[in-house]
Ligand binder design. Structure first.
Ligand code: FDA
Length: 323
């Protein structure tokens, strides 16, 4: 990694640590005044390109815009690592409402939910219970639900919860990260169980024991897992290739030609990144979905996006130097 990247990354982690420390000593009221400090506002300036807004109305409007461009919407209510049961209940209710709103607004799309925003930090059973409520609502409205995958410590339980839910709710999928060394055996198991998988590279910091560190290895594992998906999925099985990496997207296109264009796979990309790629894929008649986050908890999501690309880190650095 370049030294300026390391510097800015460290700075951002310092911001996070300071933010948590300030929240702890000063309470939520003062914390909200802290959030308006200069650095966070600077990060917000960058975050706006990846986050549709603070309300579900903003997300629905972004979803309509995606549909107009021939793209399906995947709505995500931002939030993670919740241990407060009121927040968790509100999040569960928000997703149920969101599913209704997708339907009433005639938007082609679905939702994507993080296990730790619906209780996985509290317990397996709390999380399973809340997912069941959302899955029940999704089923009644004929909508699909994705489960995002988070840090390594939650992977085992996330897959297990997903497989438990899959017994009753067919229209569900789970993400899998190519940077994890365990993903190849997870994928084999998931495919045996008829799972629907979204393949991603992985966005969280992981240690060497569990995750490949070099981008080459992460990419080659992505290729390998992607091939497994094309080889082992029947024509009715849904799967998703979620990347902006043009080399991997081209590989997926080649695989789709080799294994038959009847496969029900789709490309998934994040809102605000590589719109021209989405357009090209739609023009080539591939199914494309756009992941659209919204809500007030934009900070951790945006930090992950900033870290993904050197240019984003430099943009942040520049705005710190020249506010
Ligand atoms: P890579 O990071 O190599 O980027 C390839 C190219 O894409 C870059 O060269 C650049 O041009 C562009 N690009 C990528 N990120 C950018 C950014 N932030 N800003 C501007 N340009 C950028 N992760 C996870 O751990 N769990 C999950 O559940 C999900 N879910 C998910 C859903 C969807 C629909 C997508 C697209 C991604 C995820 N991810 C995820 C995130 C994923 O793991 C990964 O961090 C990002 O997609 C970035 O990796 P790429 O595959 O795009 O490759």
């Amino acid at each position: 990694m370049f030294s300026d990247e390391v510097l800015i990354e460290e700075l951002m982690y310092d911001i996070l640590v300071a933010k948590n420390w300030y929240a702890e000593i000063s309470g939520p009221q003062n914390f909200s005044s802290y959030t308006s400090t200069l650095l966070e506002r600077l990060i917000f300036k960058l975050a706006k390109r990846w986050v549709s807004g603070s309300t579900n109305k903003d997300a629905l409007s972004a979803g309509k815009n995606s549909n107009k461009r021939g793209i399906s919407a995947i709505l995500n209510f931002l939030g993670e690592d919740s241990i407060d049961s009121t927040t968790i209940d509100q999040t569960t209710a928000e997703y149920c409402l969101l599913l209704e709103l997708l339907k009433t607004n005639g938007i082609h799309g679905c939702i994507s939910v993080k296990p730790t925003q619906v209780g996985l930090r509290i317990s397996y059973d709390t999380c399973l219970h809340n997912f069941r409520q959302i899955a029940e609502k999704a089923k009644s409205l004929g909508r699909f639900m994705w489960i995002d995958i988070e840090s390594f410590q939650f992977v085992e339980n996330t897959i297990s919860i997903y497989l438990e839910l899959l017994k009753n709710y067919d229209a569900m999928g789970v993400a899998l990260q190519s940077y994890l060394k365990r993903s190849s055996s997870d994928l084999l198991h998931l495919l045996e169980e008829g799972a629907k998988v979204r393949l991603v590279k992985g966005a969280y910091r992981q240690n060497e024991a569990n995750a490949f560190q070099s981008i080459d290895k992460i990419n080659s594992n992505f290729s390998q897992l992607m091939k497994m998906l094309f080889e082992n999925s029947g024509n009715t099985d849904i799967f998703a290739i979620a990347t902006h990496d043009s080399r991997l997207i081209n590989e997926a296109i080649e695989l789709s030609e080799k294994f038959g264009t009847d496969k029900r796979f789709e490309f998934q990309l994040l809102m605000g990144i590589h719109d021209e790629m989405k357009k090209m894929l739609v023009e080539r008649r591939f199914k494309v979905s756009e992941y659209i986050p919204y809500g007030s908890q934009w900070f951790p999501y945006s930090i992950r996006r900033i870290r993904e690309r050197k240019r984003n880190i430099l943009l942040l650095a520049r705005s710190i130097i020249q506010p």
